[in-house]
Design a protein around this ligand. Sequence first.
Ligand code: G
Ligand code: G
Ligand code: NA
Length: 254
Amino acid sequence: IAIEMGLRPALFLRQFHLSYQPIYRLSDGRLRGFEALIRWQHPELGLISPHEFIPIAEYNGLIIPIGEWVLREACKMLAGMTEYGLSGLTMSVNISPVQMQDPSFVQTVWNIIHEFGLSRQSVELDITEHIMMHSSEQSIMAITQLRAGGIRIALDGFGAGFSSLHHLMELPVHCLKLDKSFIRRIDLQSAERHVVEAIIGLMRKLGLEVVAEGVEYKEQYELLKEWGCHYVQGYLLGMPMDPTVIDTSMLGSF
Ligand code: G
Ligand code: G
Ligand code: NA
């Protein structure tokens, strides 16, 4: 209840901020870009995880203005980074299925990209398969339009829950994000090791890019590189960080 009550004025009271987690390219070890992750600093409850408040915001509709704020803030950050020498990077933004169902979403994306003079290929929208559960036609139409307009679309959390290749084939995505629960055990003689290697091979044949999430150990990094995974994200490479600690030295190789 406290969360639900507090969520309404949180945007106006500027209690949200974004953390940025770096994503690195495996071929040359260089920075590819960042994923924007929302944080809510509540005056009494402290830092609240998006796991707790995003579902509530989706339920009461606040995800629409909150999601628009996230997209604008992340795009503004990308424009600022470009200006200060961190150029050629991508910004990944998580998009709720509820936002995708909003008929004005596609126009909102064009407006924000235009507002900050960004190239469309520099923005990546992370969607989940939950998108296929409600009004999937509206969502598929929106994704198709965004994709046709040059935006990158990544399917997030692949390997967690009910991922299916069927959904993957139906959605015009260019990138797949392998869930951290999948990556966790690849450095052991586990089933995941073979599954992840096979998925990377399959995705490469389909012409899709793969980002491995939750990379925590050098052994995982080396295996993913060997298997031809394109990008890595995780504590080994960098925590979600406050923009005050981001600087051009991050452009160097990992
Ligand atoms: O960093 P982490 O604890 O923040 O993220 C927890 C979950 O919240 C992740 O699954 C992530 O996808 C989701 N999340 C983080 N930021 C956003 C956001 O801006 N919008 C949406 N819809 N989900 C987000
Ligand atoms: O679901 P989504 O992929 O958007 O998740 C991002 C979440 O994963 C965030 O909560 C982020 O803090 C967390 N995260 C990022 N890197 C790592 C990692 O290396 N290990 C673990 N356990 N969590 C991570
Ligand atoms: Na994500």
